[in-house]
Write a protein that binds this ligand. Structure first.
Ligand code: FAD
Length: 554
């Protein structure tokens, strides 16, 4: 229903999103000048971090407003979406004006903020608006019913939601599978992996010609989001295969594509991604794990030696996609790295030792973590692990291209992590809506208090912004183009929202939210990892987002 009031909200939201974008453009222009188009980012790190966040939030505001506008334009105007768009655009404009006042040197010339803009911001941030959003969201139990305008994505969402409830949250002795995995630090069961295989989930980014179900990024994100709302691990099972798939599609030989992609698509081959090392995290160019050419048993190949860290799923995986130094000259940096597919046996424990007939030994030991349980993340040690020549991605042409191929995979992995974060944040929101409805204090359900409604309103609004940003990036991202900016922005923003929203949701549960047996504590523990992997927050902000912005990248 379109009313004068809701239309007014949309017009105001549109204008404020435009103001936020203009301020972001002025900040980008100034940072480009100061950093000499990115060459001197390290001399302006704090400013560049602020730039990355404000440009991301301005883009999220535009996406959320764009969504409400599309609904209105197609005769499906929705007062809740318009309220959320107005509230969020006002939040971003207000914050950015605050940054202009505190750090005028961050921005190229801009006209002074007008009284009209300030009036619009006050309207958007009106407490009553956020309380109204919150009350409506609580009434609908927080359920995500946003329009997707894509039949495949819509049917995938409803199927995946049902599947996740029936299987990932399947109860045994009163405990849901996802909760049991978390509490007992178990490996995800083979039965679930088998179901994923049968449903074609692992092939979601593998082209048809290689036996996949390549479904387009929007559908893939929606699938990931729904699985992650039940359990971060369920939503994460697909990411590793996705990263290797991208690397193979971009740099694999035809034979490698034929060998690996159909097996990745069915889940016959599951993957662990091994880039990080005990002393090497963000500074990937410094990877030390060594690959030395060798002939073993009459076969030409490479011997791998060194330590790796945080390799998730390395026990259960059938192969590791492992980045190693093929050029012993460390000064070559990135250009000395190559990507290997390392086959191995599968193991289901927290510790494993894999011995090759040729004498190589690969050991793994899981690092205990408070969340993101179910796949285990391992410290690895490789001693003379042999891989034949054809297991270097790209073979001779892939020597020295490993960094490039891995990062290409990560760019899309980050988009998927936007989807994972949306799922976790959404789970927190729904859990909070259910709890505040039934929890009575001082004689009435806490849902009826103004502050509860306001908090839920703010959560719902920011989650809606993260969702529309991620969906827009998914729609825009061309699988064949290298465009790291959008996926990095989606990952940065959705991860931050997930961390914040799950904590807010936990607070609404009071002390009971801290109990391990309440699912909200799992969501909080799981959300914390999202800004760390696939490029820890600071690295993503400085080295991917700010760098692309000041260089004029997309
Ligand atoms: C649960 C979990 C699962 C993981 N799974 C995998 C996996 O499957 N495969 C894999 O390869 N890796 C994995 N990782 C590793 C993850 O990708 C790394 O933790 C991440 O890339 C950051 O590296 P780091 O931990 O060494 O942090 P560091 O690079 O040491 O960074 C730590 C902090 O230092 C600061 N910093 C670093 N560099 C700069 C700079 N240039 N300027 C300013 N500040 C800086 C930042 O504040 C940063 O947050 C996983 C990690 C976790 C926690």
């Amino acid at each position: 229903m379109t009313t004068e009031a809701t239309t007014g909200a949309l017009v105001a939201a549109h204008q404020l999103a435009g103001e936020a974008e203009a301020m972001a453009a002025a900040a980008i222009a100034k940072a480009a000048e100061l950093t000499e188009s990115g060459a001197k980012i390290d001399d302006h790190q704090v400013l560049c971090e602020r730039l990355a966040v404000l440009a991301t939030e301005a883009r999220a505001a535009r996406s959320l407003v764009g969504y409400a506008e599309r609904l209105a334009a197609s005769g499906r105007a929705d007062a809740l979406s318009e309220d959320e768009a107005y509230a969020y655009a006002a939040e971003v404009a207000h914050k950015t004006i605050g940054l202009r006042e505190a750090h005028p040197g961050d921005f190229a010339d801009l006209p002074a903020v007008s009284d009209a803009t300030r009036t619009l911001i006050r309207g958007g941030l009106d407490d009553a608006r956020l309380r109204r959003i919150g009350a409506q969201v609580i009434e609908g139990r927080g359920v995500n019913g946003v329009e997707l305008d894509n039949d495949d994505a819509a049917s995938t969402r409803s199927f995946a939601r049902q599947f996740a409830k029936a299987e990932v949250l399947r109860e045994e002795d009163g405990v849901a599978l996802a909760d049991r995995i978390h509490r007992e630090d178990l490996l995800v069961p083979e039965s679930l992996i088998k179901q994923f295989s049968e449903l074609g989930f692992f092939g979601s980014s593998v082209p048809d010609e290689f036996g996949g179900t390549e479904m387009g990024y929007l559908t893939m994100i929606v699938l990931t989001e729904e699985l992650s709302a039940a359990s971060l691990i369920a939503g994460s099972l697909l990411t590793r295969s996705e990263i290797l798939t991208r690397a193979l599609l971009e740099g694999g030989t035809e034979e490698q594509k034929q060998t690996w992609l159909p097996r990745l698509a069915t889940g016959e081959v599951l993957v662990g991604i091994s880039v990080t090392e005990p002393d090497v995290g963000s500074d990937v160019a410094s990877v030390q794990c060594k690959a030395t050419p060798a002939e073993v048993g009459g076969t030409q190949g490479w011997l791998l030696n060194g330590a790796k860290a945080w390799c998730t799923f390395a026990g259960r995986a059938n192969v590791l996609a492992l980045l190693a130094r093929t050029d012993p000259d460390a000064s070559k940096g990135y250009a000395g790295l190559s990507l290997f597919i390392v086959p191995k046996d599968t193991f289901d424990g927290h510790k494993f030792e894999y011995r090759q007939a040729t004498g190589g030994v690969l050991t793994g030991e899981a690092i205990p973590t408070p969340g993101y349980r179910g796949m285990h993340s391992y410290i690895l040690n490789l001693e003379d692990v042999f891989v034949p020549m054809e297991n270097l991605v790209g073979e001779a042409k892939g020597v020295g291209r490993g960094f490039y191929l891995t990062l290409g995979g990560f760019a899309i992995g980050r988009l998927q992590t936007g989807g994972r974060a949306l799922g976790v944040a959404q789970a927190g929101l729904e859990k909070a809506c259910a709890y505040v409805t039934q929890r009575v204090q001082f004689g009435k359900p806490i849902a009826q208090y103004q502050l509860t409604q306001y908090k839920i309103g703010l959560m719902a609004t920011r989650i809606a912004a993260a969702r529309q940003l991620t969906y827009d990036v998914a729609r825009e991202t061309d699988p064949k183009a290298r465009a790291p900016l959008g996926p990095a922005m989606a990952k940065l923003f959705a991860s931050d929202v997930a961390v914040w929203a799950t904590q807010e949701a936990q607070l609404l549960h009071g002390g009971w939210g801290y109990a391990e047996e309440d699912r909200i504590s799992r969501y909080v523990a799981d959300a914390q990892v999202l800004p760390i992997f696939e490029g820890v927050k600071a690295t993503l902000e400085l080295k991917v987002i700010a760098r692309a912005l000041v260089a004029g990248g997309a």
